[in-house]
Design a protein around this ligand. Structure first.
Ligand code: HEC
Ligand code: HEC
Length: 246
């Protein structure tokens, strides 16, 4: 990604407030270019994991419970992501509450087609396999409209370190600030940039590590792999602490 390498640090040093605008539009162009490319359309007919057959029994229709919650959320997703899309602390499960709908749909599609193939993703291959298109819309609608998790500060020193990286990037390593794409409030921006605020620490550490190692790719794979390749494990931990605190 030569454009990032040559332009970003210069922009960050000279005009820290304005620098995000060209970077941001560049990111949008990059992202939309990548999205133009066709996704793998093949969806494995056979459930990818044993768990999937249990899911398919309840996942056949986009029905809702008496309280208006999608049936599949109550029967399946809830176990790991929580009924309102807030997962239990300390595990590898992400919060889904308040995440942008297009991002949720894209991830479900990437699990279904095995485009997302990082070490934890086979769990989700089995969950996504039996979902119909209508159910994917339904769960994405549901989780995106839930109240996002509130922040929690575990370690103020780490949070401060993470905050510096989030807003400043690493100019000497040509790493753009996270803020340029995920926003000053960490709310992200649909359709491409996911919300990060309040996300679980273990999950964020895992994902940044998978991007860094190249184990997680996306259709616009270059962006996060480039960013994460600049980070060391200590910086990843600090960023995860800051993200969780918001
Ligand atoms: C057995 C546990 C489990 C169940 C049940 C489960 N998930 Fe997941 N889910 C995970 C794990 C683990 C991850 C993180 C995968 C990774 O690290 O790549 C994940 C990730 C996701 C993501 C990606 C989030 C992001 O921020 O990128 C979405 C979307 C998702 N799950 C939706 C669902 C839906 C919808 C259901 C119900 C149909 C469901 N999950 C059921 C374990 C589960
Ligand atoms: C140039 C734009 C850009 C910059 C800068 C950027 N990101 Fe991202 N980030 C993205 C995009 C796009 C995705 C979605 C990737 C996908 O669809 O799989 C993403 C995804 C992520 C995810 C996964 C979210 C999830 O729910 O699984 C995390 C975590 C993340 N970014 C953290 C960061 C951090 C921390 C920084 C700064 C060190 C950063 N990003 C800088 C564009 C960016």
């Amino acid at each position: 990604m030569p454009a990032l390498t040559t332009k970003v640090p210069h922009m960050l040093q000279k005009k820290p407030r304005l620098s995000v605008i060209p970077l941001f539009s560049m990111a949008m162009v990059m992202a939309s270019a990548a999205y133009g490319s066709p996704l793998a359309q093949t969806v494995s007919a056979a459930p990818a994991a044993a768990t999937a057959s249990a899911v398919s029994a309840t996942a056949a229709t986009a029905s809702v419970t008496a309280s208006g919650i999608p049936t599949v959320v109550q029967s399946t997703c809830m176990a790991c992501h929580g009924m309102q899309g807030i997962a239990a602390d300390g595990g590898m499960f992400p919060n889904l509450a308040g995440q942008w709908k297009p991002y949720l749909l894209r991830q479900l599609d990437h699990f279904k087609t095995h485009v997302r193939a990082d070490p934890q993703s086979p769990i989700m291959w089995g969950m996504a396999a039996p979902l119909t298109a209508a159910q994917m819309q339904q769960v994405a609608d549901y989780f995106s409209s839930q109240k996002p998790a509130s922040g929690h500060v575990y370690d103020p020193k780490l949070v401060a370190e993470g905050k510096k990286l989030y807003f400043g990037g690493l100019p000497d390593k040509h790493m753009p600030a996270c803020m340029a794409c995920h926003g000053a409030t960490l709310a992200g921006l649909p359709p491409y940039f996911p919300r990060l605020a309040g996300q679980k620490r273990t999950y964020v550490i895992n994902q940044l590590t998978y991007f860094k190692s190249g184990q997680r790719v996306a259709t616009h794979k270059g962006i996060m792999q480039y960013v994460a390749s600049r980070l060391n494990p200590k910086q990843i931990t600090a960023l995860a602490a800051y993200i969780r605190s918001r």
